[in-house]
Design a protein around this ligand. Sequence first.
Ligand SMILES: Nc1ncnc2c1ncn2[C@@H]1O[C@H](COP(=O)(O)OP(=O)(O)OP(=O)(O)O)[C@@H](O)[C@H]1O
Length: 359
Amino acid sequence: MAHLAIEGVSKLFGTAFAVRDFSLEVGDGELVCLLGPSGSGKSTLLRMIGGFERPSGGTIRIDAKDVTTLPPERRPTGMVFQSHALWTHMDVFNNIAFGLKLRRLPKAEIRERVESALALVGLAAYGRRMTTQLSGGQQQRVALARSLVLEPKILLLDEPFASLDQHLRERLREEVRDIQQRLGITTLFVTHGQDEALALADRIVVMRDGRTEQIAPPSTIYRQPQTAFVAGFIGSMNFVQSRVRNGVCEHALFPLAVPVEDGPVTLATRPEALTIRPSDRANAATVHRVVDFGTHKMVDIDLADGIRLKAMAAPDDRSWAGMRVEPNFSSFFVFRDNELVHQSAPATGAAEIEELLRI
Ligand SMILES: Nc1ncnc2c1ncn2[C@@H]1O[C@H](COP(=O)(O)OP(=O)(O)OP(=O)(O)O)[C@@H](O)[C@H]1O
């Protein structure tokens, strides 16, 4: 178990910041996901924590000890990369034992620790296999065991399952979560998959251009996004450019009262917070497309002014195809210059979020 404190860390490559003034504390046994688009600085940050990259500024502490300039082998961290780089001339056992042999541990202890690491990742019977005779998922499990066998205080995972198919990825991430909880190991997990972050994390750090957009537990990130970027990056979101005049967000079809200063705003609402009802108003929206997911229907509607919104409808027999409808927002967000300036009454319930994640 370990506590990680990152304070004002930056990384410059030439004149460009890959990570800028980044701060984060990760508690004992916590699993934090770094989530963000390609190039947002996730890997660079992880590599700095692991000692593979030296920060241009700031400090990194593990259990109050400053490790900012220590090389990887002198840090209590273990890193698993996207490409596992196993040794092909060694069998699974020796791949995992390698780090322990470097530490000159007694043979019996090495055997015991490798065997328990193999059991932990579900490969107890594979010690004598060559790594070339393993599937992609098994190879990633070996890479994980190779890290865990060194008993790191902090586990760093850089998109470890990115090259695997969806089904296997889901299974392995559940296994990692189980192992992580069983060992109580402080973990940072880099991903650009929002499902992965929502499924795994105690807290999510949403990154953009080397900076933090928001740090919060998954349900808060989903239900109370603090920026338009976070709102659009996690889950499905409808955005409508609008303007507030005298406390009303003006739109012909859905004028909404919003207590913010006059001026341009971005209105945002999740599909599950947008209901539709049949309408014969002259400027009613028309249903463009209906996709039936079994648990619910996703209905694309076109407003008279060319805006397309996604609404969620009940999985009943009603055919919305081609109908004229009126939208109704049960909850919405208002952003100005990327910042949240207003959120209507509580957003969607946990059951709806779960349903959404099953899509
Ligand atoms: N060794 C390097 N030299 C120069 N620029 C680099 C180097 N490593 C990373 N960068 C740049 O730093 C920025 C952040 O890269 P990084 O790999 O940390 O992003 P990422 O969020 O992990 O992206 P991805 O999801 O694609 O892995 C990018 O603009 C990248 O081009």
